[in-house]
Ligand binder design. Structure first.
Ligand code: ADP
Length: 274
């Protein structure tokens, strides 16, 4: 068969090349399976709010002589429509961070700006739960990256911290520089005093559509896509995101990203003078 012909042809080059070819095929198959899975998940996730909207619109029609009921159903339709909108938006965001080369539009991005934007985005839900947001960043920190993607990533982490914390707790956002042999990196951590994540779930929360508690996630408008967006953004920037957590006590999500040295790319800036 085809496989035999391939191995016969490359045999003189040694078995390592054969292994590479096989691995390549396996990887292609894996990617295809992941894609198929994703489409199935998206369809399933879309069906929930669409189904609810359809039932609710029927209920509105049936209740046409009861204005109070019409109002109640209309209110629920609005909630489902909002959910649908944010789901579609997150699917678009995810496909963008997966397909675009994040570093094509890379520039030095001020950490202070990113933190301020993320805090702003969560101010309303934080206020309504009386959650205090405390920020502390070393001045003059710049990340080399795509502003929109970095803002989306940090925004998701802060949003989660607020969503998965009880009232009257604290969310801390800290930014600092850490020096390493491969150049300086910027570390941004988001710490909450929330419900925490079990060890088993910590491995899975970065997967698309994975939620520890689907009902709770939906109630707060969650889509299960936020952390997979964060993970993609970190990876495409040559960085990483990690989680540390104690169940019932809280979690810390940490982003580590390349520093932009003096407004230039990390390669250009990583001279011996630093
Ligand atoms: P969601 O839209 O459901 O928040 P995410 O991808 O952002 O989706 O997160 C996946 C799951 O990880 C959440 O449903 C939640 O169970 C868990 N999670 C994320 N952040 C936190 C946090 N700060 N504290 C506790 N659990 C969290």
């Amino acid at each position: 068969g085809e496989g035999l012909a391939v191995s016969a042809r490359v045999a003189p080059l040694g078995s390592r090349l054969v292994l590479l070819l096989v691995e390549d095929l396996t990887e292609a198959r894996r990617i295809e399976a992941v894609r198929r899975d994703f489409v199935a998940n998206v369809s399933h996730e879309l069906k929930t709010p669409v189904g609810a909207l359809s039932l609710l619109s029927e209920a509105v029609m049936d209740a046409s002589d009861d204005p109070e009921a019409v109002n109640r159903f209309a209110g629920r339709m609005q909630i489902e429509a909002t959910r649908l909108t944010s789901l579609v938006q997150e699917i678009i965001d995810l496909s963008r961070v997966q397909d675009d080369d994040a570093l094509v539009d890379a520039e030095p991005v001020a950490v202070d700006d990113l933190v301020a934007e993320a805090v702003d985005r969560c101010r309303q839900p934080a206020n309504s739960k009386q959650i205090t947001m405390a920020t502390g960043t070393t001045p003059d920190l710049y990340i080399w990256g795509n502003r929109g993607q970095l803002a989306a990533a940090l925004g998701n982490l802060v949003e989660n911290a607020v969503n998965y914390s009880p009232a009257r707790t604290r969310v801390g956002i800290a930014g600092r520089r850490i020096s390493g042999s491969g150049g300086d990196r910027i570390e941004i951590s988001v710490t909450d005093q929330g419900i925490g994540i079990s060890e088993r779930d910590r491995e899975r929360v970065f997967e698309r559509f994975y939620r520890v508690d689907p009902a709770r996630s939906r109630a707060t408008g969650g889509t299960g896509l936020g952390l997979s967006i964060v993970k993609h953004v970190a990876a495409s920037h040559g960085g990483e995101v990690t989680v540390w957590s104690v169940e019932g006590q809280g979690s810390t999500f940490t982003l580590r990203l390349p520093e932009a040295a003096r407004g230039r790319s990390p390669e250009a800036g990583a001279g011996p003078d630093r």
